[in-house]
Design a protein around this ligand. Structure first.
Ligand SMILES: Nc1ncnc2c1ncn2[C@@H]1O[C@H](COP(=O)(O)OP(=O)(O)OP(=O)(O)O)[C@@H](O)[C@H]1O
Length: 277
């Protein structure tokens, strides 16, 4: 029987370890509860994936960083790590691929039977949600192995949200995955999960409720926004929207005239000014 977690009672704690130079990290412990969003930022090689992996593997001082991950204040039982049905954490990376040569329908039903027996109704909900995340529609009859990278990620995220139902969701740089990230984030924020995402995307990084900054393989600081960044977030949303429109036009094969840039910059400037009023 699968483990059910009560969101109100679930806490994941990261206890600090050491950076690449053997120095203690810049925090003692970080507590994460369902409903929290945390972004992990930092330059290449700064230890973002290592942090995500520590959380995924529920490290107990046994990784290169020496961090420990507690569940509800205690060392989690071995079954949380080894048995997929008990694991309270889902991880989706850019490399998440499905090797099963099944139809989408058969794969999803298999997962529902393992995690949510009797809830076959979740199949449609999952596919519909996945199709809001991707521009290329996924059908129940598609082969899992034939899905594009964007379709696979869209389906895996919808699956983690609707069927997996784990209290912690880890996303490793999903912004490059050919999905509508704003829609994904909206869905993630509505749920009773904690979302921890590694990102190089300014909008995703700033909209999280806490920002973990990585340096030399360790956490150098944890920023808790005070509201001062709100204007910047609103401006970024306008810029993002313009970029999205251009990206979609390019995908559809559009070419642009020499006026396009002027029109774009004026529209963006107007948007930013309106935003200031
Ligand atoms: N605290 C640490 N002590 C020792 N080695 C570490 C530590 N943290 C990370 N490393 C090692 O440093 C290397 C780079 O770390 P990692 O892949 O996590 O960086 P990253 O920020 O995810 O990089 P990228 O942005 O390129 O994906 C890895 O080999 C990792 O095992």
């Amino acid at each position: 029987m699968m483990q059910q977690f009560t969101p109100q009672k679930f806490t994941l704690t990261i206890q600090s370890g050491k950076n690449r130079f053997g120095e203690q990290e810049g925090f003692e412990s970080i507590e994460i509860r369902p409903g929290d969003t945390l972004s992990i930022v930092g330059p290449t090689g700064s230890g973002k994936s290592a942090l995500i992996n520590d959380i995924e593997n529920l490290a107990q001082g046994d990784s290169v960083t020496g961090r420990r991950i507690l569940i509800n204040g205690e060392e989690p039982p071995e079954s949380f790590v080894r048995e997929p049905a008990f694991k309270p954490i889902s991880l989706i990376t850019q490399n998440t691929r499905c090797l099963a040569d099944l139809s989408v329908e058969a794969f999803m039903l298999m997962h529902i039977r393992a995690r949510r027996p009797g809830r076959e109704d979740l199949l449609d909900e999952t596919i519909n949600l996945a199709n809001t995340f991707t521009g290329e529609e996924i059908s129940l009859k598609s082969r899992m192995s034939g899905l594009s990278g964007g379709q696979t990620r869209a389906l895996m995220i919808a699956d983690a949200l609707v069927i997996g139902d784990t209290p912690i969701l880890l996303l490793d740089e999903i912004e490059n995955a050919g999905i509508f990230k704003d829609r994904v984030i909206q869905s993630l924020q509505g749920g009773n999960k904690a979302v921890i995402l590694v990102t190089h995307d300014p909008y995703l990084a700033l909209t999280a409720s806490r920002r973990i900054v990585m340096k030399h393989g360790g956490v150098s600081s944890v920023i808790e926004p005070t509201g001062q960044e709100q204007h910047l977030i609103e401006d970024l949303a306008i810029v993002e929207d313009r970029l999205h429109q251009i990206r979609e036009k390019i995908r559809m094969g559009a070419a642009f005239s020499s006026d396009s840039s002027k029109v774009l910059m004026t529209a963006a400037a107007q948007g930013l000014q309106l935003n200031r009023v």
